[in-house]
Design a protein around this ligand. Structure first.
Ligand SMILES: Nc1ncnc2c1ncn2[C@@H]1O[C@H](COP(=O)(O)OP(=O)(O)O)[C@@H](O)[C@H]1O
Ligand SMILES: [Mg+2]
Length: 388
């Protein structure tokens, strides 16, 4: 296992997430369509690639990332492209002869703003074309279509097209999921680093996704994080004793693989600079300070807020996060006072706080009226770079 920081991990570099994978496979086996729920950097995309690289018998997997799609047409383009892509078709050749022979006979000319044009001259609207394509596939395996950054796509469509198109894409998906002829052959797995629920509730369309089976991807348990840290240390050849690892994990607190990898990388650099040094609490604190200098790892936490909120909403959430980064905690009543200052009412403020929780910035787990950062590392970064 290499210490990969920030890229999607594959193969041996993937730390097994047994419980999550079993839950997802159970949900797939039971025939449900899935929404993977977790903030950015918790490991959704890595899990999706694991499913793609090592599917269970009887399944064929397509993975698409639709973050860059700004309109409905681009979204469908990506989906149809993935199904017609040489890599995928080649995989089918060995895995499912029936599927392969059906698919190569389907000739799509292009995916345009009007729908999908087939070579025989027919043009069908996107969802209908997809349905027709899937219905006709007399396949011997079930297709899993994983759509990463789906919420971002919906947000883009709201921003660059309009709410109507966003709703039409959401509705098209719902009707595909509810069509037994499609559902018996296809499972959809959606994911995204911003909450689909918050994006969809902004346009009052939460009902359109209430059929999805939500599977939460959580940070690692302490015992798992301990083993993960140990294994990474031995792979990069640094030694940390039990007390040091416990101190280290206490500092990371929000135990997602990413922060553990990032700090191990920094510790390795510190050791390289000073050969004799052992890893003690001081070295761990230094590694955290160094890690915070990597702007690119943290900046998206700020830019995403700026992009998805209007100006006064953004100034409101920024102020809240600034204050929590300074004082560690913040009470609900204080938050509401600040909302008033930014001309937001209590319901609007609540929705935004909900988004901050959902997207992994803060939580109120210990006390429903008190908010704090999930990650002390993000808190420190925010405090240094945004609040001050
Ligand atoms: N199972 C895992 N094993 C090892 N590293 C992981 C794992 N999951 C996530 N990571 C690390 O965390 C980073 C973010 O993971 P990613 O799958 O991109 O998260 P998400 O899609 O939720 O934003 C990866 O680049 C990798 O460094
Ligand atoms: Mg991802």
């Amino acid at each position: 296992m290499k210490n990969c920081v920030g890229q999607v991990v594959r193969g041996n570099d993937f730390w097994d997430r047994k419980i999550e994978l079993e839950t997802i496979w159970d949900a797939i086996d039971s025939g449900s369509h899935i929404l993977l729920v977790a903030p950015r950097r918790v490991g959704k995309t890595s899990i999706m690639h694991k499913i793609k690289d090592e599917p269970k018998d009887g399944y064929i997997v397509i993975y698409i990332d639709t973050e860059s799609a700004d309109n409905e047409n681009e979204f469908w383009h990506k989906l149809f492209n993935a199904m017609m892509e040489e890599d995928f078709i080649n995989k089918l050749k060995s895995k499912s002869k029936v599927f392969y022979s059906k698919l190569i006979n389907i000739k799509i000319k292009k995916v345009s703003a009007f729908g999908v044009e087939f070579e025989d001259g027919k043009t069908l609207d996107y969802a209908f074309a997809f349905e027709t394509l899937v219905k006709d596939l007399d396949i011997d395996k079930k297709l899993i279509i994983m759509i990463d950054e789906f919420a971002q796509t919906i947000e883009n469509i709201i921003k660059y097209e309009d709410v109507k198109n966003a709703n039409s894409l959401l509705k098209a998906h719902r009707s595909l999921r509810q069509n037994p002829k499609v559902s018996e052959k296809v499972t959809f797995v959606y994911a995204g680093s911003i909450g689909l629920e918050s994006v969809v509730s902004k346009i009052n369309s939460i009902k359109i996704i209430n059929d999805l089976n939500n599977v939460k991807i959580l940070p690692l348990l302490k015992s798992e994080a301990y083993k993960f840290t140990n294994q990474l240390c031995s792979s990069v050849k640094i030694e940390m004793n039990k007390d040091a690892i416990n101190y280290f994990l206490g500092k990371v607190e929000w135990l997602i693989p990413f922060y553990i990898q990032l700090l191990i990388q920094q510790l390795k650099i510190l050791l390289r600079e000073d050969r004799k040094r052992v890893i003690d609490n001081k070295a761990i604190n230094e590694a955290i300070d160094k890690a915070l200098e990597h702007r690119s790892y943290f900046e998206s936490w700020q830019t995403k807020l700026r992009e998805s909120f209007s100006n006064n909403e953004y100034l409101f959430v920024k102020e809240i996060l600034n204050i929590i980064s300074e004082n560690n905690i913040m009470e609900y009543s204080q938050i509401i006072n600040i909302a008033t200052k930014h001309s937001l009412n209590e319901d609007e403020a609540k929705d935004m706080i909900h988004t901050l929780i959902y997207d992994g910035y803060i939580n109120n787990n210990e006390n429903p009226k008190v908010y704090r950062y999930n990650s002390p590392i993000l808190r420190q970064w925010w405090n240094k770079n945004v609040a001050n």
